[in-house]
Design a protein around this ligand. Structure first.
Ligand SMILES: Cc1ncc(COP(=O)(O)O)c(C=O)c1O
Length: 385
């Protein structure tokens, strides 16, 4: 048996060594606290669960759904976009539900890349931006997100040959893993780049609803001309505590949405209709209001603790992560191992998100307050001073 060469192209799994060590610690009886993965610990809002239960009792939801999605869901996305962002979307041509942002990002590579083409992917970034193009038989060209540039790609630095081969550009603000927000002008530059080089700009809006200190994140589609060159992927996973539900949508450029839909009709059979109706209820209700304050409190707890152990960070204005530099003398991996060894706390090595993530580590804020407080105490105790 031999896996495809496509699969062999994927880079080694950088969490493998860390996972081995975590298992070892747990086997030795250590109470490991994982701040590794970004998966909300707070349940999905009760009315959304009720909407699912009601819809699931209706046998009419039990058959194959259509990949176009139910009108109720597409219309709920359109209402949400208009209310929240002032963006008007045609629910028939400009919205198709996705089984999570991950599925949508991956499948866009299949829909838009040929073997000689490339996708421009942020580095560090959500791993599917770089892995998806490889699995599609194309290439990913990394756009470094550097601290001195506010973790924003330098679009002027993209060479003419790369720009000519590029078919896709992935952007994501508020940004995983850096916590950066989109500065003024970035989306306008992306629209100009998309126009000039005929590149589909894909903005991953997974964290627009999780922001702090009064910051309100924009949609890429608010930018003049964005719909001509781009799409946005909007997910309910993080904002509504619905990671397990697999609810998102691709919205924006009608031709791109159509291409994604055409591909999907060959790959999956859409979202369970009861989940679609529950997601529509979630969109109409808006994201649970208490979540940003919960994460902001946790962010402050973590940033204060990091200062005590000599790690200075700029508190992020969005996402569910704190991105921090590793102390001198360490690599991302060696520091994460030290933190695990000394305190039984798991943090993610920045290098797992791309080469430009080397020298950083990521802390996720998705553990209950008491556990996070305990993790922070352990960090202070074992690594402080
Ligand atoms: C930037 C980004 N995009 C997409 C995803 C996946 O989201 P979904 O649950 O909608 O597939 C994540 C999850 O961590 C993410 O950080």
């Amino acid at each position: 048996m031999r896996p495809s060469s496509r699969l062999e192209r994927l880079p080694p799994y950088l969490f493998a060594e860390l996972e081995r060590k975590i298992s070892e610690k747990k086997a030795a009886g250590v109470d490991v606290i994982s701040l590794g993965i970004g998966d909300p610990d707070t349940p999905t809002p009760e009315p959304v669960v009720d909407a699912l239960a009601t819809a699931a009792r209706d046998g009419a939801t039990h058959q194959y759904p259509s990949n176009r999605g139910r009108a109720e869901l597409r219309e709920a996305f359109a209402r949400f976009y208009e209310r929240r962002f002032g963006v008007v979307l045609d629910p028939v041509r400009e919205i198709v539900p996705a089984l999570g942002a991950k599925e949508c990002v991956f499948n866009l590579n299949l829909a838009f890349l040929d073997p000689d083409s490339v996708a421009l992917a942020a580095d560090p970034g959500y791993p599917v931006y770089a892995g998806g193009p490889l699995l599609a038989g194309a290439d990913a060209v990394l756009m470094p997100l550097l601290p001195e540039r506010g973790f924003v790609p330098d679009l002027d630095a993209i060479g003419g040959d790369v720009a000519a081969r590029a078919q896709l550009m992935y952007l994501n603000y508020p940004n995983n893993p850096t916590g950066a927000i989109a500065p003024d002008g970035l989306f306008e530059r992306a629209v100009a780049f998309g126009r000039e080089h005929d590149v589909l700009v894909v903005h991953d809006a997974s964290y627009t609803e999780t922001t702090f200190d009064g910051y309100v994140a924009p949609s890429f589609l608010e930018t003049p001309g964005a719909k001509e060159v781009g799409v946005e992927i909007f997910s309910l996973s993080k904002g509504w505590n619905m990671t397990g539900w697999r609810t998102a949508a691709i919205v924006g450029n009608a031709d791109a949405v159509e291409a994604y839909w055409r591909l999907k009709t060959n790959i999956d059979s859409g979202m369970f209709e009861a989940v679609q109706l529950a997601a529509a209820a979630a969109l109409d209700a808006g994201p649970p209001e208490q979540m940003p304050a919960i994460y902001q409190h946790r962010r402050d707890l973590v940033c204060d603790a990091l200062a005590v152990i000599g790690v200075e960070v700029t508190p992020p204005k969005g996402t569910i992560y704190v991105w921090a530099p590793v102390p001198d003398g360490h690599t991302s991996a060696s520091y994460c191992e030290l933190v695990l060894d000394e305190s039984g706390v798991v943090v993610s090595p920045g290098s797992a998100y791309g080469p430009a993530g080397e020298g950083f580590f990521r802390i996720s804020l998705t553990v209950p307050d008491e556990r996070l407080a305990e993790a922070v105490e352990r960090l202070r105790g074992s690594l402080g001073g």
